[in-house]
Ligand binder design. Structure first.
Ligand SMILES: Nc1ncnc2c1ncn2[C@@H]1O[C@H](COP(=O)(O)OP(=O)(O)O)[C@@H](O)[C@H]1O
Length: 791
């Protein structure tokens, strides 16, 4: 066989048709017959293909090293780490499929064609072939790792000038050096075509800081004019041992006069490359934190609070996503900095090459994605150029472009591309869906904030942020400060320890999964997400429905209004819903007050002297009754449904050493009442206890908000107590007590009559109904006892 000629099996296929065949589906407004025709056409093709056997034994493909399609297949598959895990000599197959897209286009109609709406680049042709190994061998008895890859029809144009002429999805050659014209065209295209959410924010409004930039032509650190266009760099510094260049009082005069070129050897590669990149694509200034914030100047360091302004105002954010520190550089900017493994073959006159790693694969090991500081840099930026080892990606709120594929359509707002699984199900049947996903990921934008949505948006960002790693745990708040500033400017919300005060009731409700002492960030309060180390926050923090919950805690500002008699003059002003109300002194009891350990500097942030949080009080309930009536059954269900604490006095007496020994005759513990009250006092004072005990008169009246006396039919009770194996004497005594209503009487004598309720418990349904009744009562009680009574 001649070099470059297809093997007999591959030549049976119409390779040209694979790449150039119409293989996309259109979704349009209903009743557009032309579009429907197109869809049918696509369907027809699919049907025809299904009958083709686009599959080969991997073993055979591997053996055909002289066949360019077989060679490409193996090269494309071997880019996937799973390929190396497929054992030799087994009968797995290689499946071939066209890449098809589901193209949504809302603007068809009034004589418009797809081509006229999305331009010449309409995806008429498939342009890309997917390959995948099958999960099962031919016998279907053993699953194997699945390797996937793809190759595409490559055009020679790479400079971004003519890509409108190219059909989307056609491949582009990726060379060892990045085509700067392409990168420049992305920024320009976004600037010209995209809507306002991609535009940099004006800088002059907010930036009252001493803002410095690197002049990329002279290398000097300069105070720029507010209108200068600049790129911001987002990268990881790496461990402390890594050499960095620092703007400090020592280097200040050198860097601001003669510039970085004087100490070029010390300038990390990533910063050098970013400077070169800016120069090539015509951005005059670069912002890189280590050169633009004076590291030993407190005022300058304060700029970390304005990351929203800096990244929001940048014309472009350059992301160094490969490597582990600031010396990793931007692959493809300096000569020899990128090794491209794009294999090319000419098959039937078509230039075909393997595709580079898609976004998710290229970013799978990116440390940049895992670091705390880079989170806000990503979220707050408008346009991002991401440098990975394989290729460069461009992300904004309207587009996602990458080096090896033409995706730049002139009217991006009207086009959405989604991988279409259905087509593959009807086509070569077992192409795994992950081979289809091209990973089109638009940059998340915070978007417009309204009183209704900002809380949910903020909390969801906080939850995502906690997945990120920080070298210094004390940076937990500072690394998020830009996002906080953004929200507080847009909504006038006050933030405290990372919690939005108006939504404090939702913000306090986060869940930490499996917290351990080592996960606590001691610098921050435990009741804030900032107080916990990475990835401990439950993803469901995002509590839209939480916002509708009754606040469980309120924050109060403590004000000393007079110094004559401090005790009398303390005022508590509630900070919630920006409604100022005061808390009466009576509410200021240990029962309702939860003092927060709040750091002075955090308080300064808020401009307040002192704060305390008051938990909305929860009631204490006694569940009493003769043994066997069902107290424990009620208390347990009630605790489960309400989250209140079940305090079984039986257990307390036994476990907390509150007894005077065991009464053999009555087969029960002899209770030392004083010890018992001491043992439970703190808990009960906090509120929210369900006290389960067959006596109630020993609990001080002020502790108790509701007394539930459970009753039951005497024959039923007799059966239950006999089943428990009660001694004759004990059984008799209890039966008498129930019949004589001893406990009901005791409850009525010890507490105000209106808080004593009698409930029957003869069958299982009674328990549920009773508990439901108590729940309603708790809700009403909370409503009437909210800690915002007027002083
Ligand atoms: N309403 C009821 N219907 C049916 N069985 C009940 C009911 N209440 C209690 N029981 C049963 O009676 C026994 C005693 O109940 P328990 O809750 O331990 O009572 P106490 O705590 O008052 O001694 C348990 O076996 C329980 O399942």
């Amino acid at each position: 066989m001649q070099q470059g000629q297809l093997c007999p099996e591959c030549s049976e296929w119409d390779v040209k048709d694979w790449f150039l065949g119409r293989a996309w589906i259109l979704w349009e407004k209903p009743n557009r017959s032309k579009a429907r025709d197109e869809r049918f056409q696509a369907g027809d093709k699919t049907k025809r293909r299904r009958n083709n056997k686009n599959r080969r034994l991997l073993r055979d493909v591997k053996g055909n090293e002289d066949c360019p399609l077989c060679r490409l297949t193996i090269k494309a598959l071997s880019k996937d780490p799973a390929y190396g895990q497929i054992p030799e000599g087994i009968d797995v197959e290689v499946l071939y499929a066209q890449l098809a897209f589901f193209l949504r286009c809302d603007e068809l109609g009034s004589g418009k064609t797809v081509e006229s709406v999305i331009g010449l680049g309409a995806p008429k042709y498939c342009n890309r072939l997917l390959v995948s190994t099958s999960e099962w061998d031919r016998d279907g008895c053993h699953p194997y790792p699945v390797a996937t890859g793809s190759f595409h029809l490559i055009t020679s144009t790479t400079d971004g000038q003519h890509d409108v002429q190219e059909p989307i999805l056609r491949g582009r050659a990726v060379r060892s050096q990045v085509d700067m014209k392409l990168l420049e065209s992305w920024v320009r295209r976004c600037h010209e075509d995209h809507e306002v959410q991609c535009r940099p924010e004006p800088r002059d409004e907010h930036l009252r800081l001493d803002f410095k930039l690197i002049d990329v032509n002279s290398g000097a650190v300069v105070h720029s004019s507010v209108r200068a266009s600049f790129a911001a760099l987002s990268y990881v510094w790496g461990p402390q041992s890594v050499r960095q260049v620092e703007l400090s009082s020592d280097t200040y005069s050198l860097l601001t006069t003669r510039g970085l070129s004087e100490i070029w050897e010390d300038v990390p590669q990533t910063i050098r490359d970013a400077i070169a990149l800016c120069r090539s694509i015509g951005i005059p200034y670069l912002w890189a934190d280590q050169c633009c914030i004076q590291q030993d100047d407190e005022t300058d360091i304060g700029q970390v609070e304005y990351m929203d302004v800096i990244y929001g105002a940048a014309s472009l954010t350059i992301v160094a996503a490969s490597g582990t520190d600031s010396w990793a550089g931007l692959p493809g900017v300096s000569p020899g900095s990128r090794q491209v493994q794009q294999e090319m073959e000419v098959i039937e006159g078509l230039s075909i090459g393997t595709a580079q790693a898609k976004y998710s694969a290229a970013m799978s090991s990116a440390i940049w994605l895992t670091r705390g500081w880079t989170f806000q840099e990503y979220i707050l930026s408008k346009r991002i150029l991401i440098f990975t080892a394989q290729q460069v990606f461009y992300q904004c709120s309207n587009a996602f472009w990458w080096e090896d594929t033409h995706m730049e359509v002139p009217n991006p707002l009207t086009v959405r591309l989604d991988g279409l699984h259905e087509l593959y199900r009807s086509g070569p049947s077992t192409i795994p869906s992950r081979a289809i996903d091209m990973g089109i990921i638009k940059k998340p934008a915070i978007g417009s904030l309204t009183p209704e949505n900002y809380l949910e948006k903020y909390l969801s960002l906080a939850a995502k942020f906690t997945d990120r790693r920080l070298t210094r745990q004390s940076d937990a708040l500072r690394a998020f400060k830009g996002i906080i500033s953004y929200f507080s400017r847009a909504t006038e919300e006050c933030f405290f320890a990372g919690l939005p005060l108006s939504g404090i009731h939702a913000a306090l409700l986060f869940a930490i999964s499996h917290p351990k002492p080592q996960h606590r960030r001691k610098e921050f309060p435990s009741w804030s997400w900032t107080g916990w180390d990475s990835s401990r926050l439950d993803g469901d923090y995002i509590g839209y429905e939480f916002c509708e919950w009754e606040p469980e805690a309120a924050l109060y500002r403590i004000e000393h209004t007079s110094d004559i008699n401090v005790a009398e003059s303390v005022q508590f002003t509630r900070i919630q819903d920006r409604r100022m109300s005061t808390l009466s002194r009576e509410s200021y009891t240990p029962r309702s007050l939860w003092k927060l350990s709040i750091r002075k500097d955090l308080l300064k942030d808020l401009g307040v002297d002192n704060l305390l949080a008051v938990l909305a009080p929860t009631p204490n309930i006694v569940i009493t009754g003769t043994p066997g009536v069902g107290k424990t059954s009620h208390a347990e269900l009630l605790a489960r449904n309400t989250g209140l604490k079940h305090l079984s006095i039986n257990q307390v007496v036994k476990e907390r050493d509150c007894n005077d020994g065991w009464d053999e005759e009555f087969k029960t513990w002899i209770v030392d009442e004083d010890k018992l009250l001491d043992a439970i006092e703190d808990e009960v004072q906090e509120g929210g206890c369900i006290i389960d005990w067959h006596a109630c008169d020993l609990f001080p009246k002020r502790w108790i908000d509701l007394v539930v006396v459970i009753r039951c039919d005497s024959t039923t009770l007799y059966d239950r107590l006999t089943a428990r194996g009660y001694a004759e004497k004990k059984l008799e005594e209890n039966m008498d007590a129930e019949i004589m209503e001893v406990l009901l009487e005791e409850a009525r004598e010890s507490y105000d009559e209106e808080i004593v309720v009698e409930l029957r418990s003869d069958n299982a349904e009674d328990i549920e109904n009773n508990v439901e009744r108590i729940e309603v009562w708790i809700k009403n009680w909370k409503e009437n006892n909210r800690a915002d009574g007027e002083a």
